[in-house]
Design a protein around this ligand. Structure first.
Ligand code: LMR
Length: 400
């Protein structure tokens, strides 16, 4: 053997979210529950294969299409459907060709290409993300070479938004700073700004000439596809420079298919073409072009009025089941522990910032085989009628 080039390689820390799934899988307790990763499970504890997706699969299999390379930025029809989903079909931004979109490898892929674009092409040096934010945001932007800073977001005391502090910090940012905002169903807290607060944030973005990057990974898990798209439409109508990453992992239950999109709004159609050329260059040197299958599934559903209507119903059912679980968890834990847990019903999307401390999270894992993120984030979408009593009891015991 020749000398190892890897002898000094250090062991990387395990991922705070996906690393938990690895631990969970190796746990032999039959009553184990994974509240770690953001995945929607149905009431039987399974990741659903949506009926609209099954119907789209039947259509695709019957086509027996060859697998040539896709364009660098993916399937054009898919990209148009993504744009309509984000901005609506009447959008002036779309009719004036000021937004380009590219099919990406999930929302993470969109964030990565967007980060490369900001660093390498726009020459940005810093980004501001919420405190707290999705654990992977920091890694993605740091890997792209951006310095990651935070703005205040969550107030643990009131279990709400530290809005004054957030706004005050945004007002101090240098012009052309990049600000990452969660357009709905904030991950990890489940605490969203009101529409009035969003308008105030937009005013600061405009006054300070900031570059907003909207991450929308949970569209449809708050109120509806339409209502959850409010912030994206609001910003697109006003901003001359805007990035949007969207994901279909959750809303189509296509986690393992890695399907999402990066959209960029520019100030003119001509500027948009130049931006598009750079996005394509970055994709080409990252992974060449995206896979066919996942984009074709989403395209088939969104392009068919029947399948699209079915999708909205299935999404509504997921959203309503999560809300039921929020109520059940809140009632059970409140009555068992005597501590008011009603805040859980006010949070939105898949997650709840439960207020559990790191020690309580470790106790849940070690004593009950219930896995949660160390920040206290729990995935309410993993609760069901079979595990809700056990989880409520365990949480009530560890907070006692
Ligand atoms: C999560 O926050 O758990 C999800 O977005 C899955 C992931 O990749 O972290």
């Amino acid at each position: 053997m020749n000398t190892s080039a890897f002898s000094a390689v250090k062991l990387a820390p395990s991922d705070p979210i996906l690393g938990l799934t690895e631990l969970y899988k190796s746990d032999t307790n039959p009553d184990k529950v994974n509240l770690g990763v953001g995945v929607y499970y149905d009431d039987n504890g399974s990741v659903p294969l949506l009926e609209c997706v099954q119907a789209a699969e039947t259509v695709l299999v019957a086509k027996r299409a060859a697998r040539a390379y896709q364009p660098i930025d993916g399937n054009a029809r898919y990209n148009n459907l993504v744009q309509a989903l984000l901005l609506g079909t009447e959008s002036k931004v779309l009719s004036t060709n000021r937004m380009i979109s590219a099919q990406t490898l999930g929302g993470t892929g969109a964030l990565k290409i967007g980060a490369d674009f900001l660093k390498q092409v726009v020459k940005c040096t810093d980004i501001w993300i919420s405190n707290p934010s999705w654990a992977n945001h920091r890694g993605i932007f740091e890997n792209a070479g951006l310095k990651v800073n935070t703005y205040p977001y969550y107030d643990a005391e009131s279990r709400g938004i530290a809005f004054e502090e957030m706004l005050a910090t945004l007002k101090t940012l240098p012009r052309q700073s990049v600000v990452l905002l969660h357009a709905c169903c904030h991950n990890p807290t489940g605490a969203d700004l009101s529409r009035e607060q969003w308008r105030l944030v937009l005013d600061v973005v405009v006054e300070q000439d900031l570059i907003p990057f909207l991450d929308i990974a949970y569209q449809g898990f708050g109120d509806s596809i339409e209502e959850d798209g409010y912030v994206v439409r609001l910003f697109a109508e006003t901003c001359s420079s805007l990035l949007i990453s969207n994901s279909f992992s959750k809303s189509f239950s296509l986690y393992g298919e890695r399907i999402g999109g990066l959209s960029v709004v520019s100030s003119t159609d001509e500027e948009s073409l130049r931006v598009q050329s750079q996005i394509k260059r970055l994709i080409r040197s990252n992974y060449s072009n995206p896979p066919i299958y996942s984009g074709a599934l989403v395209e088939t559903v969104l392009a068919s009025p029947e399948l699209r209507a079915q999708w909205e119903l299935e999404l509504q059912a997921m959203r309503e089941r999560i809300k039921l679980m929020r109520s059940a968890l809140s009632e059970n834990v409140s009555s068992k522990s005597g501590i008011d847990f009603s805040f859980i019903t006010e949070q939105r999307g898949m997650f709840s910032y439960s207020g559990l401390t790191r020690e309580q999270v470790v106790k849940l894992r070690e004593d009950y085989s219930i896995y949660a993120v160390e920040s206290g984030r729990i995935c309410v979408a993993a609760l069901n009628n079979s595990n809700i009593s056990l989880v409520s009891e365990a949480i009530a015991n560890v907070v006692d």
